[in-house]
Ligand binder design. Sequence first.
Ligand code: MUC
Ligand code: MG
Length: 367
Amino acid sequence: MKITSIEAIPFAIPYLKPLRFASGEVHTALHVLVRVTSDEGIVGVAEAPARPFTYGETQESIVAVIQTLFAPQLLGMSILDREAMHAVMNRTVGNPTAKSAVDMAVWDVIGQTLGHPVSALLGGFTDSMRVSHMLGFAEPAKMVAEAERMRDTYGITTFKVKVGRRPFGLDVDVCRALREEMGGDIDLYIDGNRGWTPSESLRALNAMADLDLTLAEELCPADDVLGRKWLVDHCNVPFVADESATKPGEVTRELLSGAANAVSIKTARTGFSHSQRVLFQCDGMGAEVVMGNQIDGQIGTLCTVTFGAAFESTTRRAGELSNFLDMSDDLLAEPLEIVDGRLSVREVPGIGLDIDPWKLAKYRVDQ
Ligand code: MUC
Ligand code: MG
């Protein structure tokens, strides 16, 4: 049960259209496939998405930190030594998606070795989650058309709307159009990616007070310390910390300081091991959670639902599990399917990430 190799393979898959939001935009998925092999020949995989605008990692830095720092120290360790592995990786600060991909690939090896689905090993609460779709910046009519297509094709009825533009009326117009065109049967929430000031945020929330929003996420920076607390005090829906709460210590700081009262859990940045810590913290402190999205491909999305379906409190809200639909292709041999607005975990040993070797050969950028 020892680790014999850890590979970091960069790949690039174009999006069908760019996804734009207040802190950046993506045109091509520049991700890294992480492959962990054990001495029994079992191969676990996960993906790390490069998000320089959120974590400072690039595709090159993810490959480098895994190849030059993590792999040499982790080779030879038992696949069950997860805490010791994290102690080794945490000697290097930062690099959250690189560490998380290693963590999840190891869990995949553990599940396959023990013959159980990882979701069952984590908690086994249920076998699927409702899906929320994230809408990037566009004209109101285009965003409504995309939401209608998601509803009509996949049965998705929960939408996270990217906001944070100036003037904020641009985003108010979109949310109003979504509510007016699609009626009361959809759930709508907003994510500002730190784009507004605290006072702009509150004016925007007031302008949308009649739209029945369910959550407001990271509307202004957490570094606007007093303004952010003031905003959260005045916000009448749960205020979600996303990029301000990327590890357990930050989660505690955000919640105890009143800078947020709900948390986005992203397996892309906390893997399975530290997502558990974050979730249990939130459960213990009475803070709501939402399974968030790092604009994941199918590999990252399957990891998210594997974790989200494993626990009761992560299934209360729809998980952000559909933005792989924006990609022109993916690496899984058997593509994910959203049916009646739900995505299922795979009831196979491990996570169920069978990689298509031809697609990997086509999209890898290191050969
Ligand atoms: C989010 O919730 O902020 C935007 C960039 C990224 O990597 O993830 C998002 C979604
Ligand atoms: Mg967010």
